[in-house]
Design a binder for this molecule. Structure first.
Ligand code: KG4
Ligand code: ZN
Length: 336
């Protein structure tokens, strides 16, 4: 048949994931085995533990993804896999499994950039959504503002100079005793707080810059906490969560809208774990509405790490003729 089936594998951080995707946009299965409960007790992802858990889960997860899709390995056209960026030991588990399968069943291998996967998550639920657009990628490891000119054609407009947005969420959550991962917890707590209660700084940087910086905000929140403790004042964690989040959102939204205007595109997309944030989604939607910009964002399950987005990205690489050899190596700091 004309249909193209990609089996995709993703193990760059703490999710062991596999998926079967038809023609880039139809997800036939999307299996995710999360290690969050394992890493929680350490307050963050422990790389060595992540690698070991991936080794344990990778074959069952791939098997489950194939079974749910009802597509046999023989009918798969290519195997897509994340080869960077990410934790090297974690990446190597998925990459080795994908290479072994590609060799065993004589199918082509297509290596995928993790961020390209996140961006591609926007193609899955909205079949009409196509480049060009501006995409804000906000995750635990990355904060990028990218002009997506075409499939696989990216221009980075800006990125964080220090912490990633998700990293800031996780650090603030830890400081106010919420535990890991902090993003979803701050999201929930902020709903009960006043976003204007505390005037935390907003780092817009130089005029016209599309870069980000969250370390100053992080310090300001930590200083606020220390001051409250020293003065014996009550710590209102709801107001802190809401005010911190508002500072992050104000900067993310205004820079993304400014980037769309400057590049002249009329579509904005978001991707990555932090784009699951309810207040950010609402604020971006409102700002886009005011500027007559179309706003697209994946369902929360496709915002955080998954293999369906890797299958989607691999498809567009595959139809362009991209193939990788079995000597493909993991690249922890792979550039987009
Ligand atoms: O994309 P992702 O699953 O993994 C990386 O590639 O990093 O992103 C994980 C990050 C974590 O920092 C987590 O706290 C954050 O996304 N996150 C959120 C929300 N859900 C996950 N941050 C804010 N609000 C959320 N609802
Ligand atoms: Zn990610």
């Amino acid at each position: 048949s004309e249909d193209i089936y990609i089996l995709a594998v993703e193990t760059s951080c703490d999710e062991t994931a596999a998926s079967v995707v038809r023609n880039g946009r139809d997800v036939l299965s999307n299996v995710i085995s999360s290690q969050i409960d394992l890493h929680k007790q350490y307050g963050g992802v422990v790389p060595e533990i992540a690698s070991r858990k991936h080794v344990e889960k990778i074959n069952p997860v791939i098997h489950e993804a194939l079974e749910q899709s009802k597509i046999s390995l023989q009918d798969i056209d290519a195997i897509g896999v994340t080869y960077g960026p990410g934790l090297v030991g974690a990446l190597l588990v998925g990459l080795s499994a994908a290479k072994a399968l590609a060799f065993a069943v004589k199918k082509p291998l297509v290596g995928v950039h993790h961020i390209e996967g996140h961006i591609s998550a926007n193609y899955i639920e909205n079949k009409e959504f196509t480049p060009p657009f501006v995409c804000l990628i906000v995750s635990g490891g990355h904060t990028h503002l990218v002009h997506v000119k075409d499939y696989g054609e990216y221009e980075i407009l800006g990125k964080t100079r220090d912490d990633a947005a998700g990293e800031a969420y996780d650090k603030i959550a830890r400081a106010i005793g919420l535990g890991y991962p902090g993003g979803p917890k701050i999201d929930r707590l902020a709903k009960e707080g006043n976003p204007n209660a505390i005037d935390f700084p907003r780092a817009y940087l130089e005029d016209g810059s599309f870069d980000f910086s969250f370390s100053g905000l992080k310090s300001a929140v930590l200083n606020h906490l220390n001051r409250c403790k020293m003065m014996g004042e009550e710590i209102n964690d709801r107001d802190i969560a809401a005010s911190f989040q508002q500072s992050v959102i104000d900067v993310l939204v205004s820079k993304t809208v400014a980037a769309a205007k400057e590049t002249g595109v009329d579509k904005i997309a978001m991707a990555g774990g932090v784009s699951a944030n309810t207040a950010l989604r609402k604020a971006m939607q409102e700002a886009c509405g005011q500027e007559n910009i179309f706003f697209q964002c994946p369902s929360p399950i496709l915002c955080t790490d998954n293999a369906a987005m890797i299958g989607c990205a691999a498809y567009y690489e595959y139809i362009k003729g991209v193939r990788h050899g079995l000597d493909l190596n993991a690249v922890p700091s792979l550039k987009l």
